[in-house]
Design a protein around this ligand. Structure first.
Ligand code: SAH
Ligand code: SF4
Ligand code: F3S
Length: 475
């Protein structure tokens, strides 16, 4: 399971994660197969889709050769992510040639970006469904069964799938994603997400807490609250005496943390312009809210940040990091960096390296800029940094980060952490693996202790690689 979690975390951001899952029991007469690419939101959406399809009598299969319906939940974030999906579709097409009754559906961000064009380009695709239209999937499948090509890519201002209880796919039974909002209003100029996922909207706070409670009751011990910009979560309702009850992200965190002290709460992603002291204090106050923040910086230069429309400066970002460390000295911190955005100079790139040097991130997702059709940057600016320069700058960024990651993990040697056991380690059934609050993966021998996944255990770190802490149980 550790493999899987790691895969989601590292590859999702690169738009290439792949997630097959186990067969449902034989209570369904039709079978669907679903693969997900892209961010955690997409994985979470696939679990909503699974729930909608179960209701319609479709059971899941982990083998597409057995499926009546093959779905691919797609990502558009970088060109490479789209290429990966197209390659995969070519393979599904071959299956369809041998099995003409098979239906192939494209879901997610590419469906939204390309819409009906998909049906022209990929003749064997039968169904195209955007991220806000999954409720219409059963009727689209019906139409497609009748030989009609079916498309629904309508974006919504309201849809949050709040009432749908996601079917946990390929789950370790310990950790789960919970979507708290959809869409994004930020309009970073490089980014396709506002176009593929539409306007930002927050999900009913009670449905979120109920989902966390339900997960806890079923033995889950960690939830990750998901949104493109969780700090702008905002939900209001009129209470019985007519007053307005406001739920900010800090409040929501608290409500989820109060489900049980044994339920860990994580979240992703935070935007440097929006993360508040209130959130930081709430994190510090509750032991079960993990001390880990993913705070994408994108660039260390203020002019580039402005061109990106990130709406903060280098100094603002540095002051946020300082604040995080004042309030939570041990907080884990990771980031996203883009190299070679339009007009980025060598000096500006150096400023990114310098900012990384100052922040010392524990981990980072690093990309070279990939122009996406229709985005503000594609319309306004020339993609003028040559590919080899983008790549060289990215290599420098990665090299620097690798050093910082290695150092961060090494610094933990000798420390003890509370770890939530997620399952057997990928190397050996004699070892457990799990994460500490700072989101670092730890591996340690099971020894004589009678423990199970989902248990908390105190582990002392004896050794470290740049991505794993190796330790032993001390209590
Ligand atoms: N909502 C999150 C990130 C979503 S996309 C946030 O605002 O932080 C994940 C990461 O992909 C981004 O942080 C960015 O670093 C990267 N990314 C997005 N668009 C990109 C593009 N056109 N080229 C290269 N990287 C991109
Ligand atoms: Fe994209 Fe910016 Fe929204 Fe993140 S905050 S999804 S980078 S537009
Ligand atoms: Fe990709 Fe869409 Fe997520 S573009 S990163 S799957 S929101």
């Amino acid at each position: 399971m550790a493999d899987f979690v790691e895969k989601v975390i590292d590859e999702t951001q690169q738009g290439a994660a792949y997630k097959p899952f186990a067969n449902d029991p034989n209570q369904y007469n039709k079978r669907f197969y679903i693969e997900s690419y892209g961010c955690q939101m997409n994985f979470s959406d696939s679990e909503i889709v699974a729930s909608i399809l179960n209701e319609e009598g479709f059971g899941a299969t982990g083998n597409y050769m057995d499926a009546d319906l093959v779905l691919i939940n797609t990502c558009s974030i970088r060109e490479k992510a789209e290429q990966t999906v197209r390659k995969r579709l070519t393979e599904f097409r071959k299956v369809k040639e041998e099995k003409p009754g098979l239906l192939i559906g494209v879901l997610g961000c590419m469906a939204e970006r390309l819409k009906a064009k998909f049906l022209e380009e990929e003749k064997l695709v039968d169904i195209v469904v955007g991220p806000d239209a999954y409720r219409s999937l059963p009727s689209l499948v019906n139409d497609a069964d009748g030989g009609q090509k079916s498309v629904n890519v309508l974006l919504s201002r309201e849809e949050t799938y709040a009432d749908i209880s996601p079917v946990r796919l390929d789950s370790n039974g310990v950790t789960a994603f919970v979507s708290i909002m959809r869409g994004c209003n930020n309009m970073c100029t490089f980014c396709v997400v506002p176009f593929t996922r539409g306007r930002e909207r927050s999900r009913d706070a009670h449905s979120i807490v109920n989902e966390c409670q339900d997960l806890f009751d079923r033995g889950f011990r960690e939830v990750t609250l998901l949104g493109q910009n969780v700090d702008s979560y905002y939900y209001t309702e009129a209470n019985a005496d007519g007053n307005i009850n406001e739920v900010t992200f800090a409040k929501l965190l608290e409500m989820c943390a109060n489900v049980s002290p044994l339920l860990r709460v994580r979240f992703s992603t935070s935007h440097p312009k929006d993360i508040t002291d209130d959130v930081l204090h709430t994190m510090a106050k509750y032991k079960n809210i993990c001390e880990y923040i993913h705070l994408p910086v994108q660039s260390g230069n203020t002019r580039v940040l402005q061109l990106m429309n990130r709406t903060y400066t280098r100094e603002w970002y540095l002051s946020k990091v300082k604040r995080i460390r004042e309030i939570m000295p041990d907080c884990g911190l990771s980031t996203d960096v883009i190299s070679g955005f339009c007009t980025e100079t060598e000096e500006e790139h150096q400023e990114t390296l310098d900012l990384m040097e100052q922040c010392r991130f524990d981990m980072a997702y690093m990309f070279s800029y990939s122009e996406r059709p229709g985005t503000l940057a594609a319309r306004r600016y020339e993609d003028d940094v040559p590919e080899d320069v983008k790549k060289r700058r990215l290599t420098e960024i990665i090299k620097l980060q690798n050093g910082h990651s290695a150092e961060s993990y090494k610094n933990d040697i000798g420390k003890t952490f509370e770890v939530l056991i997620e399952g057997n380690s990928k190397r050996s059934d004699d070892d457990w693996c799990g994460r500490n609050s700072q989101n670092k993966m730890m591996v340690f021998p099971k020894g004589e202790y009678k423990l199970n996944k989902g248990d908390y255990v105190t582990v002392k770190v004896n050794d470290a690689t740049s991505a794993t802490l190796i330790g032993e149980i001390v209590a």
